[in-house]
Design a protein around this ligand. Sequence first.
Ligand code: ATP
Length: 235
Amino acid sequence: MTLLDVDGLEAGYDTGQVLFGVDLSIDSDEVVSLLGRNGAGKTTTMRAIVGADVPHVRGGTITFDGHDLRAARSYEIPKLGLSLVPEGRRCFDELTVEENVRLAANHASDPLDRESVFEQFPELDDMRDRPAKNMSGGEKQMLAIARSLVANPKMILFDEPCEGLAPYIVRRIESIITDISENRDVTVLLVEQNVAVAMAVADRHYILDEGVIVDEVSTEKLKEDESLRQKYLGV
Ligand code: ATP
């Protein structure tokens, strides 16, 4: 069953159009990546889907779980079960780990049991009283994921969750995403610059170039096709 369907999405900023008709179709329980070079429009696509204030959506349809997201208010979208873990690991710096997770749960209509989330993140369990501002980048990323997960979403959009993290933390984030998908039945759309991360967790990949989806490939094909990776991803 299709959970997220994006059809002909056009969006941009006051400075100009960035997306020129993006099409994505993601089924329940899939893990899919959106790849592309810097500036291809990956973050703009994610932000348009969740109804962030910027960019401006100018055309196309976005349907999530049967709901027309273009007609929804941005605050309604998490309640429909769609969550974004944005670039930059946003947490409340002055609040502790525990308070950050509790706040996210309190804002959700049908949250998960917080203890079960802490069980999944033993690193966070060990630092519940620590203010978020005193955490490392990798720990903050885990907290951002835990905050998203506790709201019990049907789908999580991850925007470059591994950017700037050490390899062993990247491996840990990969395993968390796989675990969330397999054991919590969360559908995943992952934006990554790091093609190796995308290939490790996703089964299928959309390639975005200059605001248009130019290809859609399996992990196997992406591994084999060096010219495709060179042309659109520069790797
Ligand atoms: P990156 O990995 O660099 O974030 P991306 O594929 O996610 O790349 P976007 O962040 O979506 O790309 O940016 C696409 C284009 O939109 C770029 O030319 C960028 O400069 C422009 N852009 C992004 N955010 C804004 C904004 N808030 N206002 C104006 N232009 C923006």
